[in-house]
Design a protein around this ligand. Structure first.
Ligand SMILES: O=P(O)(O)OC[C@H]1O[C@H](O[C@H]2O[C@H](CO)[C@@H](O)[C@H](O)[C@H]2O)[C@H](O)[C@@H](O)[C@@H]1O
Length: 182
């Protein structure tokens, strides 16, 4: 198969082309289908596990407040964290992800990494990393503008993720989205 250079693979409104997607998959194969290769490459190396939350540990649902994780999934993550340092990275606020996950033994990176907290480790206190703290007033202003701009759009929802903001349009009718973008 011909490899397509990453520079030639910009995401378009239709997503990546088949060619680009296949090429990307060659470089980033599924851990499930390449499990043996992954294990052999990991030999002698330190392994750290990074997990996404929405759509990975929880199903995608219409209401972001109802994206609950199953007990089975929670147990699986707990088992992973017993064996490897484990982090959950999310666009959500760190507090919200913790509310869903409820595990003290993992690292949480909320707001796309702008709010990182590590578990207490070998007598040390929890690690907290919040590089965008000074920008909170500006982020709040942006949130207010977004609230104002979207309040008349039926189904639109603003989610305050502390160091970043999500504008949800999953429940906005397709016709309204087309109208707004034209
Ligand atoms: O980095 P992630 O943890 O994947 O966060 C990305 C966004 O996830 C959430 O939104 C997505 O899941 C919702 C619940 O299933 C769904 O309703 C929404 O349409 C998805 O985009 C979260 O609510 C956002 O704040 C995150 O940015």
């Amino acid at each position: 198969m011909t490899r397509v250079k990453n520079d030639d693979c910009d995401a378009t409104t239709n997503g990546l082309s088949d060619e680009c997607y296949k090429s990307w998959m060659m470089e980033h194969p599924s851990a499930i289908t390449s499990f043996d290769q992954m294990v052999s490459k990991a030999k002698g190396k330190s392994i750290v596990v990074f997990l996404d939350y929405d759509g990975t540990l929880s199903p995608i649902v219409d209401d972001p407040d109802l994206a609950f994780m199953s007990d089975e999934m929670r147990s699986a993550v707990r088992e992973i964290a017993k064996n490897f340092p484990t982090a959950i990275i999310s666009g959500r606020s760190r507090e919200k992800v913790y509310e869903f996950v409820q595990l003290t033994e993992v690292y949480y990176a909320g707001s796309h990494g702008m709010d990182i907290m590590g578990p207490p480790h070998q007598g040390h206190e929890v690690i907290l990393f919040q590089p965008a703290k000074d920008f909170l007033p500006a982020i709040q202003k942006i949130s207010n503008v977004l609230e104002e701009k979207t309040q008349k759009i039926e189904g639109a929802l603003i989610e305050d993720n502390r160091f970043c903001i999500s504008v949800h349009f999953r429940r906005v009718h397709e016709k309204v989205i087309k109208l707004q973008s034209s």
